[in-house]
Design a protein around this ligand. Sequence first.
Ligand code: FEO
Length: 167
Amino acid sequence: MLSKNIESALNDQVRIEAESSQAYLSMASWAETHGLEGISKFMYAQSDEERAHMLKMVKFINERGGHAQVTELKAPKTAYSTFKEMFEELYKHEVFVSESINELVHISLTEKDYATHNFLQWYVAEQIEEEAQAKNILDKINLIGDDKGGLYLFDRDIQQLTANKGA
Ligand code: FEO
């Protein structure tokens, strides 16, 4: 059974995952309308992943005797000056999500809720992967600089990344 404190902290994370999904959906739509097909596919897949993260948490809360809340969400940004700026935001956002997961892990340990602690390990591993991926992509973007040919190849390659993840 979840304590009220943990239930509320997990529900905050449900909202954060839902907001992440919306933010990446907005990025996907922006990229799609700017001729960046590969980037947009990648972002659509990221958005789906975040929704899966949210659903996993909703199920856990309800399974443990809590009540997962579906709430109003903060509207994401709808425009970006460059695709680089968009990926910088994705990276920053993933770092923020990792901090939030770490805080949840801390709360679960403080309350000696080992079931929740165990459940959260999946998110800890996922965040390591997502942060590393975002950082990798940013490094590539910095290599490309203003080279249009480089952007063309990057847009093609990132599609491959989506395919490899099976999304
Ligand atoms: Fe579910 Fe990428 O945070």
